[in-house]
Design a protein around this ligand. Structure first.
Ligand code: PLP
Length: 399
């Protein structure tokens, strides 16, 4: 029988778990989902993934790849067809030129791409600046890579838009990189050109690399997405990350990519080839189909997210939960602390009393305190019902 080391403390005296792993708390998002999962009529605005199923022609491309016997490893970089399509996408949309033979790697979701970028750059003690609140994997990824996360607060009063001046004040001699995500998870904030230019100037002045997570680039409302690498002088110091999970509703396929200057990309590839080998072959075929033929699907899904965004942002504001207009992604991030409870209590009670699941804002960093994240990844009528329930809850607790 296998020995459970946690129960043999009489013989195992050391804590064998690496310090950098012990330092990271389990994700604050998952905790509430276990409670929520046991309640039958729950409406979950909790998980940040599209409720849409992957469009059929994309699924068929994955199936066709398997049927055709494409069951082998691909190149470590990913199939050359997919890399060419990614290079074309980046050129066509943002005027960016990447050599598909050695400046693009297909990864297991943007999750892997974040990890590769950080591990390729970070030496022990290197500091990485990242907006707070921000995607939960950033801080963990920096610590796993041996680095020191430096949260850069963003403010509700500024719609949580990261400000270059806030980054500037936290740069030290140990700062190695800036990790940004625009549009942002959990706030939906989009970084304006002015602030991006400010961040670019800092990168140049202090010789920093910018890791730009653009996974929500296609889910953007009323403004244009700016690829960070397209700013003057930034291509050579930017790692662009993007993927298929959000735009094409392909979370389960696990495909993303990184594009970067050859020297950086080759370093990332070294880690990728020893740890992953390649992204799943069938998923790469599906991703190729998505890039080549998925545009009408993206437009259709964005049209629906647009409708829902209007409903939830107006709805929350009318209920007295102040909510800035999120310009991207599929999250609303209202304030709730004036109801006299912290976000954990709010979330727990909302689940128990009204069967609606949301996520406490401070699960994404200190600056999210007093807020909740509502993912509008449910059908329009369910979202209406969720707002009715939240309305009842707020009325009851307003005091
Ligand atoms: N980056 C951000 C900002 C995200 O919100 C997510 C998923 O929620 C990811 C990366 C990971 O996405 P993927 O499914 O491509 O690994």
């Amino acid at each position: 029988m296998a020995t459970d080391t946690t129960e043999t403390s009489a013989t195992v005296r050391r804590d064998y778990l690496a310090e950098r792993v012990r330092k990271v708390k389990p994700s604050g998002i998952r905790r509430f989902f276990d409670i929520a999962a046991s309640i039958p009529d729950m409406i979950s605005l909790g998980v940040g993934e599209p409720d849409f199923t992957t469009p059929e022609h994309i699924r068929e491309a994955g199936i066709a790849s398997i049927r055709a016997g494409q069951t082998h490893y691909t190149s470590n970089y990913g199939t050359i067809e997919l890399r060419r399509a990614i290079a074309h996408e980046l050129a066509m949309r943002y005027g960016l030129t990447y050599d598909p033979t050695n400046e693009i790697v297909v990864t297991v979701g943007v999750s892997e791409a974040v990890d590769l970028a950080l591990r390729a750059l970070i030496d022990p003690g290197d500091e990485v600046l990242t907006p707070d609140p921000g995607y939960v994997a950033y801080e963990a990824g920096i610590i796993f890579a041996g680095g020191v996360p430096v949260p850069v607060p963003t403010l509700a009063a500024e719609g949580f838009e990261p400000q270059a001046a806030a980054f500037a004040s936290r740069i030290t001699a140990r700062t190695k990189a800036i990790l940004i995500g625009s549009p942002n998870n959990p706030t939906g904030a989009v970084i304006s050109r002015e602030q991006m230019e400010g961040i670019a100037a800092l990168a140049q002045e202090h010789d920093l690399i910018v890791i730009s997570d653009e996974i929500y680039s296609r889910l953007i409302y009323g403004v244009d997405h700016i690829a960070f690498a397209s700013l003057p002088g930034m291509r050579d110091r930017t790692i662009t990350l993007n993927g298929f999970s959000k735009a094409y509703a392909m979370t389960g396929w696990r495909v993303g990519y990184a594009a970067a200057p050859k020297a950086i990309l080759e370093a990332m590839l070294k880690i990728h080839q020893y740890t992953i080998m390649c992204a799943p072959t069938d998923a790469q075929a599906a991703a190729l189909q998505a890039l080549e033929h998925g545009e009408p699907d993206v437009n259709e899904m964005v049209a629906e997210y647009t409708r829902r965004r209007t409903l939830i942002v107006n709805g929350l504001n009318q209920l007295g939960l102040p909510c800035h207009e999120p310009k991207g992604a599929f999250y609303a991030f209202p304030r709730i602390d004036h109801l006299g409870m912290d976000a954990d209590t709010f979330v727990e009670r909302l689940i128990q009393e009204e069967h609606v699941a949301v996520v406490p804002g401070d699960a994404f960093g200190e600056s999210g305190v007093g807020h909740i994240r509502c993912a509008y990844c449910v059908a329009y009528d369910r979202l209406e019902e969720a707002l009715d329930r939240i309305g009842r809850f707020v009325a009851r607790h307003r005091g």
